[in-house]
Ligand binder design. Structure first.
Ligand code: GCO
Ligand code: MG
Length: 408
């Protein structure tokens, strides 16, 4: 058999998604996610203009060979655009292989290692009252682990925190980002470092010691500031502190690690195992945050997690709503199969998104499950997709109080 067609599908059901659909000569289809939030059309063009023409006529069964062909053959290695494109091809080929075998993908990855994937949800609020209300909502929805993000007194809107003005609205709400230029936010690390421990103290006092709590520093600290925050959060027993520094300088994490026992998670912006080499071999982190969509697909993420397993480092795959349901389904198949699964980020996609991407994964009692449908278990509805035209949308930028551009 061979690949007969490769289609790049761009749709915007509540937010923008880039999907690759491969169809074999005998009509089996496979889906892959190549969504690169805020830079979507670059990944779409890479796929359409440079990858799709190489795929037709190739044997769809040769997943490893196709991965190496696209990675090494391009000469220009790594980078988010390239790796998102390779990821989409890889996911689609695994989808086809599992459908052809008549099995849910996790069976081809070694079968089940657990009942389901522990998920964490996103609670946030700019005040303690709205934050507590959001935590309660998540507990009622069944979440057994919760990420806590909060506003900082004296600052305006902070990325990752829902606005209090529109109850029920989430920070990932995209129509607000559909504008000619990115929104600007402001930042003050000293105010943040003073405030965050008081929030976790209040949350533990209200909700008790049991519930796993997570926090995302979103690359905003230096190693020394991160060490300070890690130490000040130790009494509140975090599940993890995420992206405490930008971490391009992997060695810098030695400073953080030597100073605090708060578990660390890093890697949503990384795109290859090489970005983790020092972090993993020196055991400077506890969780790998990469998404299947941004780190070269199932083939590459599986190898990365097997490497991490040697060092007792676990998975914590990036799963906000800009990872499409196709990417999220791939996380769940990997998640139930891997021995070193840790936790899965989960924000439910909007009703519009789920109308285009028909999923078979489930969320019950805090656990996500990929389901038993052969393949990845996601169908793409062309009619629904056609009614959501692409509109550019930007992630925000952040400036310190004196106007200097900062990590957001
Ligand atoms: C997370 C994130 C996201 C990213 C977003 C970028 O931990 O889920 O940090 O909010 O910023 O996915 O596209
Ligand atoms: Mg994050």
């Amino acid at each position: 058999m061979a690949i007969a067609s490769a289609e790049v599908l761009v749709t915007s059901p509540g937010r923008n998604f880039v999907t690759l659909r491969l169809t074999t000569e005998d009509g089996v289809t496979g889906l892959g996610d190549a969504t690169l939030n805020g830079r979507e059309l670059a990944a779409a063009s890479y796929l359409r203009d440079h990858v799709a023409p190489l795929l037709t006529g190739r044997d769809e069964a040769r997943i490893e060979d196709t991965w190496q062909y696209l990675y090494r053959g391009a000469y220009w290695r790594r980078g988010p655009v390239t790796m998102a494109a390779i990821a989409a091809v890889d996911m689609a080929l695994w989808d086809i292989k599992a459908k052809t075998a008549g099995m849910p993908l996790y069976q081809l990855l070694g079968g089940r290692s657990r009942r389901g994937c522990l998920a964490y949800g996103h609670a946030s609020g700019s005040s303690i009252d709205t934050l507590f209300a959001s935590i309660r909502e998540h507990l009622e929805a069944g979440y057994q682990a919760i990420r806590v993000q909060t506003g900082v007194p004296g600052l305006g809107q902070v990325y990752g925190v829902a606005t209090d003005q529109k109850p029920g609205e989430r920070y990932d709400y995209e129509p607000a980002r559909r504008q000619a230029l990115p929104a600007q936010e402001s930042w003050d690390t000293r105010a943040y470092l003073r405030h965050v421990p008081t929030v976790f103290e209040a949350v533990r006092a209200e909700f008790g010691p049991e519930i796993p709590l997570l926090h995302d520093g979103h690359h905003r600290m230096t190693p020394n500031e991160a060490a300070t925050l890690g130490k000040s959060l130790e009494p509140y027993d975090l599940f993890w502190l995420e992206d405490c520094t930008p971490a391009e300088n992997q060695e810098a994490l030695r400073r953080v690690r030597a100073q605090t026992t708060t578990p660390l998670a890093i890697g949503e912006v990384f795109n290859s195992v090489f970005d983790y080499q020092t972090l993993i071999t020196e055991q400077l982190i506890d969780y790998v945050r990469s998404a299947v969509t941004h780190a070269g697909g199932i083939t590459a993420l599986r190898k990365l997690l097997d490497f991490a397993a040697i060092y007792q480092i676990k998975s914590g795959f990036h799963g906000p709503t800009d990872i499409s349901p196709v990417g999220q389904a791939a996380h769940l198949h990997l998640g139930v199969a891997l021995h070193n699964f840790g936790i899965q980020e989960y924000m439910k996609h909007s009703a519009d998104t789920l109308e285009v991407f028909r999923t078979s994964y489930t969320f019950t009692d805090g656990l996500l499950d990929p389901g038993e449908t052969p393949g990845l278990g996601v169908e793409y509805d062309d009619d629904a997709a056609g009614s959501f035209a692409y509109e550019p949308a930007y992630l925000p930028v952040n400036r310190r109080l004196d106007g200097t551009v900062h990590d957001w």
